[in-house]
Design a protein around this ligand. Structure first.
Ligand code: ADP
Ligand code: ZN
Length: 233
């Protein structure tokens, strides 16, 4: 069965960090719409040109653009055996579009990584990214200084334009208005799970692993029940 995983969660919950290592461990592509858009901005493509100001102000790129990007990405050969979506869907229309894209295939597993606003704000305001190798520096513990040099390559650390404090508030507002409703959209599915994102990364990784395994086992059992029902008809 293909592992089709969607990670939900507010900005700063740690989706990106978890997504990278989880996808690498499972050998499935990590599809981050935020990373794809930032690459498009850096490369100056037509989509990047349209997305740049929208992203810097904390708003969402239009559903139409992002659904097109994801539809194309999921059609590529490496996504046929499974994928991990990080940052998509972010609105109910995007979730509906995704359901249509995967219809008839293996069910989506959806895991929400939850954390309270105060923790999200603390993490986002102290998040720094390496200008040289692109790595995220580990967020300092409360009260600890924000790092200035990359621990991996020594490059200078910078702040993402959308991690400025006034933009963070806007992103959290947009999250509450447009993205949090997705929890209700998915919650009744047996393949939905929620994990506590307000823990250290290794603990979140452990809970994520357990949540995915539990959801996958349930999906397998359901598939078997449907198959045997079908055989009985
Ligand atoms: P975050 O750290 O908030 O999770 P991402 O790196 O996932 O941020 O995305 C950064 C920005 O890219 C978002 O604030 C938004 O402007 C844009 N973006 C990313 N994914 C989507 C999406 N699915 N729909 C619309 N806009 C998106
Ligand atoms: Zn670096």
């Amino acid at each position: 069965m293909a592992l089709k995983l969607v990670l939900l969660g507010p900005p700063g919950a740690g989706k990106g960090t978890q997504a990278k290592s989880f996808a690498a461990a499972r050998g499935i592509p990590h599809i981050s719409t935020g990373d794809m858009l930032r690459e498009a901005v850096a490369a100056g493509t037509p989509i990047g040109l349209r997305a740049k100001a929208v992203m810097a102000s904390g708003q969402l790129v239009s559903d139409e653009i992002i659904v097109g990007v994801v539809r194309e990405r999921l059609a590529r050969p490496d996504a046929q055996a499974g994928f991990l979506l990080d940052g998509f869907p972010r609105t109910v229309p995007q979730a509906e579009a995704l359901d249509a894209i995967v219809a008839g295939g293996d069910a989506l597993l959806v895991v929400d990584i939850a954390a309270a606003d105060e923790e999200l704000i603390r993490r986002l305001t102290s998040r720094r990214v390496c200008g040289q190798c692109g790595a995220n520096a580990p967020v300092p513990a409360p009260g600890q200084p924000v790092p200035t040099a990359c621990g991996k390559c020594g490059g200078a650390l910078t702040q993402r334009p959308d991690d400025r404090e006034e933009v963070i508030w806007e992103r959290l507002r947009v999250y509450a208005r447009d993205t949090r409703p997705l929890i209700d959209y998915y919650r009744r599915r047996p393949t939905f799970r929620s994990v506590n994102g307000a823990q250290e990364p290794s603990a979140v990784a452990r809970d994520l692993e357990a949540a995915v395994n539990a959801a996958a086992a349930l999906r397998l059992a359901q598939g078997a029940a449907i198959a045997s029902n079908g055989a009985g008809v």
